[in-house]
Every structure is written in structure tokens, then in C-alpha cells.
Write a protein that binds this ligand. Structure first.
Ligand code: PLP
Length: 438
């Protein structure tokens, strides 16, 4: 940044944006699309260029009830006027207990006790620590393409791209990644529905050759991979993992940081697939943009995570919990999980009908309003990140913000806020389908 700017007291936002590379880490600024915005409301960002953008990233699967939902804003403001910070342990405050109480019925498999943190990565850290602590076993099995966050434990189980791990070794030990059930590009060269579930057999091979099941604390999986490419596994894969865990006393951890809060057409993907985990990591959509997450397990498991074994200063912040309570009530009143399912079916039908047959479109996949479209080179079938970049840029020019995913950046995620109307959804689909058909 030049002297003239750093010395001036009243630098404009435009000048700050111009110099963001000097002000922030390149790991933050070197991203897509970094649109300078003034404010947001509902499904829209309002750019400082005076334009309105449809946010079909939902602030990265976070503002499922829309940006600045009036009830969430009201609840947060009222809470700020009463109590901003505890921390829990030194004091006890109503929003954290009421949130735990009201979240319980929304959770799968009798999960009913919480450790609240601030971010998705923290919720994953908590899940890994809880599983090791309670089972007194070291091993963790995770899957290629999984994304679980950036802190050391979370990045140690993250394999969506090798670059996320580069230069950080040695990572946390006793972690064993195995290929995921990515049927479109089956790592075992099989065809969907015509295989012997080699992805499950790989877990048993691991037990034979690398680590005995009695040494494994947990199997960690995203029920639908997010960052890894919006990859929906066959339900048999998740059921198979559940069976392996039951057989060997291993904890099944679902990372529902991205799939949670109505995204897949149920409150949680566990319910969409009817497979219950022992532990869940949840975040993102929980508090509509306020920092909040939770590691969730059954009461008898949480009771064994004893004093001092884990802790937090900011986790379960009163304002975030108040925002989460308001979010939950909006969900219930507006039936947003159900809405995600029906609107998702409509979007999938349109995308499959209007894009599905195109040689450059490898696969349209998803559940609820968590939809991914993978682009391929029509000649070779190889992943086509260049097409993805071109389509994303065209959509942005047309006022629609979308975001890529996939190990090679070969897919586009389509995740509008769940409060989107059918007309708004169709408008976004029109823009995307036009750009992808050009
Ligand atoms: N787990 C999943 C499935 C995610 O998608 C993410 C973030 O995108 C994380 C964990 C990490 O969450 P956070 O960025 O809040 O730490």
C-alpha cells in the first residue's frame, strides 16, 4: 500500500479494496469472486458497484434463512442489549440452554447433548477429540475428497485437495484416508449400481493390513461431500459404514457442517439417508452467519468427556445462540427443510432436462437445494475447470453468484438460501443454464 493511502485517515472502501492484497493474507484474497458489497438482504448482496447480486452460495451454505432475516436480527439485537459474553462455565445463560433444548428434537438418532464452538473446524476438532477420548483408541478413518476445515486436526482429515495440506506435515497421526463412493468417477473403475461396493471393502482391507478395528476410534464422513465436489454417495455406502462401526464399537461421525440445517431436504442429511451417526459436527446454517458450531452426541457419551478434557472461551456465545434460536423458529414455521426438498426436486428436474444431455455436462447431482453440476471435456471426459470458470464469470456478469467445488474445480455448487421463491429460483436457473449452454 502506498504512503498516501496508509497515512490518510478517511480512505474510501474502493481504495481499501484496491489494496486488499497488502492488507489481508493472500490465502484470503486469492479467491473467487471477492465482490465488494455494501450490505445484504434475503437472497441478495448489494454490491458497491450499485448492482444487486443473487447469492446462490448462501454465504457458503450459511444463511439458509436468507441474509439478515428480520427475526434473527431482532433476536441478536435484543441479546446484545442483555449479555454479549459469558463465558459459559464462569456463568450460565439462557440462550445456550434454550438452544440445546430446542435443537434436540431436530437431531437424528437420539443425539441430545452439545458442545458449542465457533466454527465448523472447531466442531470437527471436538468430534475427533471426543471420539478418541471416549473410546481410548487413536485411529480415525476419513475419505478422499472430504473437507473438514483448516485447523490442524481438521486439515489432517481433509483431502479434498492436496494443496490444503501442502507444507503442513507432519499432520495429526493415526489418520487413514480411503477412497470415497464417488460413483461418477469410481476410484475402483466400476459402474454405479454394478459394483461390489469396493469402497466398503477397502475399510475391511485397512483393518487387515494397517490398523485393527479395535484401534479405531471413529469413521468420519460428510454424508454428501461439499468442497470435494457435491458428491452424493449411494445410501448403501453410509449404511455400510454404520454396520462396520456397530460391529467394532467405532464411532460414526457425520460432518454435517455443510449438509445441515435443511440443505438436503431434511433438517440433517442423516435424516435424508435414514442413517444415524454417533457424533455430528454442525455449524454454518445454525446461526445464519453468527459464529456458532456444535459437536453433538448422545448424553451418555458426552457425560464421559469430563472436566478439562475440552473447553472454549467464545463457543456458544449468547448472541450467536439467540440468533440460532431465531433461525430454528423460522425453519419450523416456514417448513424450510420441506421447502428445500420440493424446490430441490424442481431444480434437479430442470437441470437434468436442460443440461443433462450436453456432452460438456458430466453429472447433475444433489439432494434438496444442495446441487452440484460437474463439467467435463466432451472429448476426453476429463474434469473441465476452465468451463467452470467461464460459466461462473458469465453468471456473475448476469448478477448471479455461484461457487466452484471439486478436487479439480470441475463442478459448480448450486445452493440458494432456502427462503428463495420458486420464481427467484427459476431466474437463477435461467441464468446458470444459459451460461452453461453457451
Ligand atoms: N466441514 C465442512 C463439511 C465444511 O464444508 C466446512 C467449511 O466449508 C468445514 C467443515 C469448516 O468450517 P469452518 O470454515 O466454519 O471452519
Amino acid at each position: 500500500m502506498g504512503d498516501d493511502i496508509s497515512l490518510a485517515g478517511d480512505i474510501s472502501f474502493a481504495a481499501l479494496v484496491e489494496n486488499m492484497n497488502d492488507l489481508l493474507s493472500a490465502s484470503l484474497t486469492d479467491d473467487w469472486p471477492n465482490v465488494p458489497v455494501e450490505r445484504a438482504e434475503g437472497i441478495y448482496f448489494f454490491g458497491s458497484d450499485g448492482r444487486r447480486y443473487m447469492d446462490f452460495t448462501s454465504g457458503m451454505a450459511t444463511v439458509n434463512v436468507g441474509h439478515r432475516h428480520p427475526e434473527v436480527v431482532k433476536a441478536a439485537k435484543e441479546q446484545i442489549d442483555r449479555l454479549i459474553h459469558g463465558p459459559v462455565g464462569v456463568v450460565m445463560y439462557e440462550p445456550i440452554l434454550r438452544l440445546a433444548h430446542e435443537l434436540r428434537p431436530a437431531l437424528p438418532g437420539g443425539l441430545d447433548a452439545f458442545f458449542f464452538g465457533n466454527s465448523g473446524a472447531e466442531a470437527v476438532e471436538g468430534a475427533l477429540k471426543l471420539a478418541r477420548y471416549v473410546t481410548e483408541r487413536p485411529g480415525i478413518i476419513c475419505f478422499y475428497g472430504g473437507f473438514h476445515g483448516r485447523t490442524y486436526g481438521a486439515v489432517s482429515v481433509t483431502t479434498s485437495r492436496a494443496k490444503y495440506r501442502a507444507h503442513y506435515e507432519p499432520l495429526v497421526g493415526a489418520i487413514h484416508p480411503l477412497p470415497f463412493a464417488y460413483c461418477f468417477r469410481c476410484p475402483y473403475g466400476q459402474r454405479r449400481g454394478h459394483c461390489a461396493m469396493e469402497c466398503l471393502a477397502a475399510v475391511r482391507l485397512l483393518f487387515d493390513h494397517v490398523i485393527a478395528p479395535s484401534e479405531v476410534a471413529a469413521i468420519l464422513v460428510e454424508p454428501i461431500q461439499g468442497e470435494g465436489g457435491y458428491i452424493v454417495p449411494p445410501v448403501e455406502f453410509l449404511r455400510g459404514l454404520r454396520a462396520i462401526c456397530d460391529e467394532h464399537g467405532i464411532m460414526l461421525i457425520f460432518d454435517e457442517v455443510q449438509t445441515g440445517f435443511g440443505r438436503t431436504g431434511s433438517m440433517f442429511a442423516a435424516q435424508t439417508f435414514s442413517v444415524d451417526p454417533d457424533v455430528m459436527a454442525i455449524a454454518k446454517g445454525i446461526a445464519s452467519g453468527f459464529p456458532l458450531s456444535a459437536t453433538v452426541a448422545r448424553r451418555e457419551v458426552m457425560a464421559r468427556w469430563t472436566a478439562g478434557a475440552h473447553g472454549t472461551t467464545f463457543g456458544g456465545n449468547p448472541v450467536s445462540c439467540a440468533a440460532a434460536l431465531a433461525t430454528l423458529r423460522v425453519f419450523q414455521r416456514e417448513g424450510l427443510a420441506e421447502k428445500s426438498r420440493t424446490l430441490g426436486e424442481h431444480a434437479m428436474k430442470r437441470l437434468q432436462a436442460e443440461l443433462g444431455g450436453r456432452p460438456a455436462v458430466g453429472e447433475v447431482r444433489g439432494r434438496g437445494l444442495m446441487i452440484g453440476v460437474e463439467f467435463v471435456d466432451p472429448q476426453t471426459g476429463a474434469p473441465d475447470p476452465a468451463a467452470v470458470k467461464r460459466i461462473l464469470k458469465q453468471c456473475l456478469d448476469d448478477g448471479l453468484i455461484l461457487y466452484p467445488c471439486g478436487t479439480h474445480g470441475q463442478a459448480i455448487r448450486f445452493i440458494p438460501p432456502l427462503v428463495v421463491t420458486r420464481a427467484e429460483l427459476d431466474l437463477g436457473l435461467d441464468i446458470f443454464i444459459r451460461a452453461a449452454s453457451a
